[in-house]
Design a protein around this ligand. Sequence first.
Ligand code: PLP
Length: 488
Amino acid sequence: MTPHVDPTPALERLLELQRSDMPAQGGRSLAHIYDSGMPEVTRVGSEAMAAYANSNGLDPAAFPSVVRMENEVVGFAADLLHAPASAVGTVTSSGNESLLLAVQGARDSRPEVVSPSMVVPETAHSAFHRAAHYFGVRAVVVPVGADYRPDPVDVAAAIDATTVLVVVSAPSHAHGVIDPITEIAAVAHSRRVACHVDAGLGGWVLPYAEAAGRDVRPWDFRVKGVTSMSVDTHKYAYAPKGTSVLLHRSSRLRHPQYFAAARWPGTSMLNSTTQSTRSGGPVAGAWAIIRMLGHDGYRRLAGEVFEAVDRIVEGIAKIDGLSVVAEPESTLVAVETDQSCDPFTVIDGLAARGWSVQPQMSYGNHPATIHLTVSAATLTKADDFLEALAEAAAEAVETGPIVADPDILEILDALDPNELFDVDFGSLLDAAGMAQSPGSSQLLPQRMAPVNALLDASSPEMREALWVAFLDRLAKPVRATVPPLPEG
Ligand SMILES: *Cc1c(COP(=O)(O)O)cnc(C)c1O
């Protein structure tokens, strides 16, 4: 007889743990999550995901329904991005994975290049630097101009015999502007180099914006020279977390991404992504929501997002001390402050009022900014948000711009981030205010501005080292949370 195991305590504990998280619904988070504002969308995504939680997309013969759903999701994306009939694609687990595979595929399509490189505008997503690190493809970084876009002339000058890929964004994750894709893809094409458009953020909203008559500069497969594109379904397709679509103009371009392994005594393996065993859950979640919303649903949701963006941009213009970094061309708004205040204090003020947004540190000539990802659910809350933002800005002006603690900064400045050990970092994290008390669910201080000001004044290398040390400290096993195994 199967012994009875009571599921209740585990599930109760699960929900109790979840209470420390930011709410994924409700429209008060303009970071990390994308909320349609439609409870039925959330429900259908979760139910589909649960229905496929134990499936394994690794074996298409055993789980043909997962392949079918994947092909339909890819097909929808291909239609949306005006891909030619020759186009193929893959559902990956994230924007990062799509970009990693785009770089790996481009590298391996040019095996004759000994020391491959790729041309990357400085505003391209961090995932490209990760791909450079993982796959040994040197990133040749092209600066952007005052309009936050790379100059096609600079891109052309950066291409050489080692270039296997040129990267552009629609829009950039940091500033929300679309790169001059027509010009850059033409340059890449004329030099016989692949060109990837990272439409992680814009791919599911720009087509509907264009259909609604907004001015959208060319960005998709209609642009000559674009060889691959990615769009993250767990963003504006409002799918549960865990899917992105990577599209290639032809099967030949996708070929190097596939990996088959028969040179071992086990089962022959066939992999299309970095995963091998692969839950059908996220694919099913994305598929069900796309099926449910269709073009009509997405057109309406895109209308809501763009209305929210317009209102937020208009509202910010009326707030002393704040301005948008660049006129948003999609649904991302980056906000900077003038000399009267600083973005970090504004962000803390928003947090105190129940709004969650992310800071972006200054980099090169670019100022530190407040990063707002607007979603459909933001619309009904847009006025409340602007009111909170105005209050937070007024408060920040009153206290004045935050200054990084000069004593700690002096310590940080004297250190080489590559030559530090955990021990040093422990006390540094304490000093920087990045230390959590053990067992606390509050991982960072309520007021992050002093920490952010320190990070902002530090070199990017030091920021990276501090965050890695932070994560290392955070990621520690919690042992003996269940009754011990009886001694045998
Ligand atoms: C979100 C995003 C990514 C990374 O996607 P993840 O799903 O977070 O890995 C890459 N590029 C752009 C433009 C993005 O907006």
